[in-house]
Design a protein around this ligand. Structure first.
Ligand code: FUB
Ligand code: ZN
Length: 672
């Protein structure tokens, strides 16, 4: 049935509709899936104010339209025009030799996905008008046999499905499917779905179960196929995804110069003990594995992913939630190899980490997954976008030297760029911001679970009825969240609220009566909730000092500053003239304060304040080592000044180069 889907020419709508589609969400497990919690979707999780609302608005008004300009300017759309019959040469990154980036269609698809989610929530004729011709273009580019990938059509015709390692064909197809799902679920528009289904059918005929033993060097298609199964009800897509997951780890892909670990083809996903290789590839693969596991009820598979997730967060995750410590192969490094200056910390890997933890949260209901979502969303993903909405980080290091190192390797610079030769991160950020509200709350276990704190409203089906809750907060700057029940059901139900891992103590009170007090985990309140009930959750967001595990050698002897869910950093821009973050030292246990201030370009935010010393002996040395006898103690290490730290997500939005998250400490001379 889905093969013959025919969208109406004017409306884009088709007869194709399924029960689950009342939800507008990226991930909608089927009713039979082995999950504890269910998404409420974008339309039932409304964000109406605060930091995330501001970032989303910038995305809608500035970043997404800017993305369309860039796709035109750098050639992604030109490539599709070539596939549709225009003459010219494929623009692969910044050259036209046809030998470079084979995945540029995926950025068009991610952009379309972002527009789909955005329009579902905030209709906008202008945005729609930007997307319409691009959808038409993808349709025109599609060949009669269903194939649509401009790289192979325009640069390497006749070579389809010959390069599983680097060809990225299934990666591109996966992003097309995800865009199609966004338009289908969000807008009931099936024009992209019709294209995607034909491309998937073409791939299936070549590489599906029982066909060639092939996997793609870059996972992505697996999770897209499972979502297609969830959308269409066609079990063959799930079986195809399962097959791809099981094929992996058996050396199908030729080992590249980084080894088979690079594309996770070194060991089965059932037994691999730790994340390995290219970080985005690993994370996207894990998303597909979880999707297959919950839809097939394969507990062993799910547990294998959870083991790797645990290994990842205990040994290979930056304090910002970012992943990937190596520029060379954009990869996870060894355990505890987490250099701050050379952190790869790709925006796409942080987004992928959120996507994975979301799936694990739905599967298990465990708050630790929402904890990582929060840490990563604020500190790993948000820095990817400048406050102006038109500059992006590919890589988010935790130290930028005052003295330079602006260009690291390949496409990676330490200044945000308007776009990248390999532009995977910017449109990924766009779809992330346009779908972020999905992550706020879920339903299940006889109630509603609030995982992320925002000002907004939540609508949920509970006990056969409908519950509506509104939330008001100045989070993350303040820890008070007011929760009001606007609609309820007669029976008792459970309202659960996450107490984040960083919060030593939280209280929940109703009309002045304390109902619960808790450390990290979930506060679960089961009662007959009445309309007008007003609950206050208070989370302790006092600033705190964090020390790294001593095995993270690169930051041994330093501290970081955190406040609530935010990691902080010190920038040169906030130090006295002539001083730099390279000369900074702080006490092991500095006393911290906080202050609300408004900075041009940054707006109003809460900063952390503390005392520091500025060493005067950090420049002009001939030999950067000296006898320990000559080493000053903290008290006489330099002049004492008061400094302030900015939320890390806001760094690099002002002049100045130097920034550090990890602050070097010095003991008093009398210590130890
Ligand atoms: O290969 C496609 C994308 O380009 C990857 O996900 C990123 O890491 C970048 O290498
Ligand atoms: Zn990227």
């Amino acid at each position: 049935m889905t093969d013959s889907i025919r969208p109406d020419e004017k409306t884009g709508r088709s007869e194709f509709a399924f029960a689950s589609e009342q939800l507008v969400s990226q991930v909608i497990p089927t009713p039979d899936a082995a999950v504890r919690l269910r998404p409420l979707g974008l339309l039932n999780n409304r964000i109406e104010g605060g930091l995330w609302a501001d970032r989303r608005r910038v995305n809608h008004d500035i970043t997404i339209p800017f993305g369309a300009e860039q796709l035109e300017k750098v050639g992604n759309l030109l490539n599709l025009k070539l596939a549709a019959g225009a003459s010219g040469k494929y623009r692969g990154a910044d050259d036209d030799t046809g030998n470079t980036a084979p995945f540029l269609d995926s950025d068009v698809h991610k952009w379309l996905e972002a527009v789909g989610w955005e329009l579902a929530q905030f209709p906008d004729e202008k945005l729609l008008a930007l997307a319409e011709p691009i959808i038409d273009l993808v349709a025109k580019a599609q060949r009669a046999d269903g194939y649509v990938d401009s790289y192979y059509q325009a640069a390497l015709p006749g070579k389809e499905f010959t390069n599983p390692e680097w060809g990225h064909e299934l990666y591109v197809a996966g992003h097309l499917v995800q865009a199609a799902i966004a338009w289908h679920r969000g807008l009931g528009d099936d024009r992209l779905m019709a294209i995607a289904l034909r491309f998937v059918a073409r791939i299936e005929a070549e590489l599906g179960p029982g066909k060639r033993e092939w996997i793609c060097g870059h996972p992505e298609f697996e999770m897209a196929l499972v979502e297609l199964y969830r959308t269409t009800g066609e079990a063959r897509y799930l079986e195809f995804a399962r097959t791809l997951v099981e094929r992996r780890g058996h050396g199908i892909l030729a080992p590249c110069r980084y080894s088979a670990r690079y594309w996770q083809d070194h060991e089965s996903v059932r037994t691999a003990p730790e994340p390995a290789g290219h970080a985005v590839r690993q994370i996207y693969l894990e998303c597909g594995v979880v999707d297959v596991a919950v839809e097939t009820g394969d507990r062993e598979l799910l547990e294998a992913v959870i083991r790797r997730w645990e290994s990842m967060i205990s040994t290979r995750t930056y304090i910002t939630g970012s992943l990937g410590s190596r520029h060379q192969d954009e990869a996870f490094g060894y355990a505890f190899e987490l250099p701050p200056d050379l952190a790869y910390a790709e925006t796409c890997a942080a987004i992928g980490s959120v996507m994975l933890s979301w799936r694990l949260l739905l599967a298990t209901g465990e708050s630790r997954f929402a904890d990582l979502i929060e840490r990563t969303a604020f500190n790993g993903v948000l820095p990817g976008l400048a406050f102006d909405g038109t500059h992006f980080f590919y890589s988010s290091p935790l130290l930028r030297r005052s003295s330079g190192a602006e260009v690291l390797e390949g496409p990676v610079t330490t200044r945000r760029q308007e776009w990248y030769l390999i532009p995977c991160c910017p449109p990924n950020l766009m779809r992330f911001l346009s779908s972020f509200s999905d992550l706020v709350a879920t339903v299940g276990d006889g109630g509603v679970q609030i995982h992320q704190y925002v000002t907004g409203s939540i609508d949920a089906p509970v006990n056969g009825g409908h519950v509506r809750i509104s939330t008001e907060t100045n989070y993350p700057w303040e820890g008070v969240v007011n929760v009001t029940v606007d609609e309820s059901v007669a029976d008792s139900w459970t309202l659960s609220m996450r107490v984040p891992e960083w919060c030593p103590r939280a209280t929940a009170s109703l009309g002045g009566e304390r109902l619960a007090e808790s450390g990290p985990g979930m506060i679960e309140l089961t009662r007959r909730w009445s309309v007008g009930d007003n609950l206050t959750l208070e989370l302790d967001v006092s600033p705190r000092v964090t020390v790294p595990d001593p095995r993270i050698d690169a930051v041994r002897g330093t501290i970081a500053l955190e406040r609530g869910p935010l990691v902080y950093a010190v920038e040169d821009a906030d130090l006295p003239a002539g001083a730099s973050i390279e000369s900074l030292e702080v006490a092991v246990r500095p006393s911290l304060g906080d202050v609300v201030r408004s900075e041009p370009g940054l707006g109003e935010m809460t900063w952390i304040t503390l005392d520091a010393r500025l060493r005067q002996d950090v420049s002009g040395v001939r030999w950067p080592f000296r006898n320990v006898q000559d080493e000053p103690g903290f008290a006489d290490a330099g002049s004492r000044i008061g400094i302030r730290a900015v939320p890390y997500f806001a760094w690099a939005n002002r002049a100045g180069l130097g920034m550090r998250v990890w602050l070097p400490t010095r003991a008093r001379k009398s210590d130890g």
